[in-house]
Design a protein around this ligand. Structure first.
Ligand code: DC
Length: 224
């Protein structure tokens, strides 16, 4: 079994590159951010805030988050309901970042994430995969890009989908979320000491995918 851990800030291009690299390698692509989004949205729908840690912990007892994998990629289910399409809003990003700072939420998703990597070769992306979830991963990559480049890419993505995008607002929101994710007490966003740093500013998507596949072949002993 080979595990590739890809961590980095929002908008660094982790998911697009990781999904394509996993496809090339025949690995499962696991997007852990989607799990935090699903939990965050569920808690918000229950009317809870991240300040109510005990009530969140209680609510987790009745919660089942599961993933389904198909040719089209990963689907996220919350108590059996497919929420994949509804967790991509700015509110969901905020809820994910807020609730992901709670230790009970991280514990809740930890087993599920580890279990997936024990069953298949994976490329897993998130914030703490190389440091906490899969410290034994053969390949660890910390993917980053300047905040301006990340905000620019996010704007392009949204406009391509016909959505309105305000560059200044997106940049400010991204900087705020990075700060929150890097400064929390539990599992903060930071590169593992043995991670390869990959700055994607100025690189094309294909170049990033090639680097991930190349590193996996080199360090993960994959010959495919
Ligand atoms: O990767 P993303 O934007 O979908 O992640 C949403 C939020 O979830 C992110 O702001 C921080 C949190 N997250 C986390 O704390 N740990 C992970 N492994 C993945 C995401």
């Amino acid at each position: 079994m080979t595990a590739v851990a890809i961590d980095g800030p929002a908008g660094a291009g982790k998911s697009t590159a990781a999904r394509a690299a996993a496809k090339r390698l025949g690995f499962l692509y696991v997007d852990t951010g989607a799990m935090y989004r699903a939990v965050g949205c569920h808690m918000r729908a229950l009317g809870l805030t991240a300040a109510e840690e005990q009530r969140v912990e209680e609510a987790l007892k009745g919660l089942e988050v599961s993933l389904r994998f198909s040719e089209e990629g990963q689907r996220v289910l919350v108590n059996g309901e497919d929420v994949t399409g509804s967790i991509r809003t700015p509110e969901a990003s905020r809820a994910a970042s807020d609730f992901s700072a709670l230790p009970c939420v991280r514990r809740f998703l930890f087993d599920l994430q580890q279990d997936l990597a024990r069953r298949s070769s994976v490329i897993m992306d998130g914030r703490d995969i190389g440091t906490v979830v899969l410290p034994w991963a053969q390949v660890k990559i910390f993917l980053t890009a300047s905040p301006e480049e990340r905000a620019r890419r996010r704007c392009e993505e949204m406009r391509a989908k016909g959505e309105q995008a305000d560059y200044g607002e997106i940049l400010a929101e991204m900087i705020k979320r990075d700060y929150q994710d890097s400064h929390r007490a539990v599992a903060p966003l930071r590169p593992a000491p043995d991670a390869v740093l990959l700055d994607t500013t100025g690189l094309s998507l294909d170049e990033v995918i090639d680097r991930i596949v190349g590193l996996t072949k080199q360090k993960g002993g994959v010959t495919a």
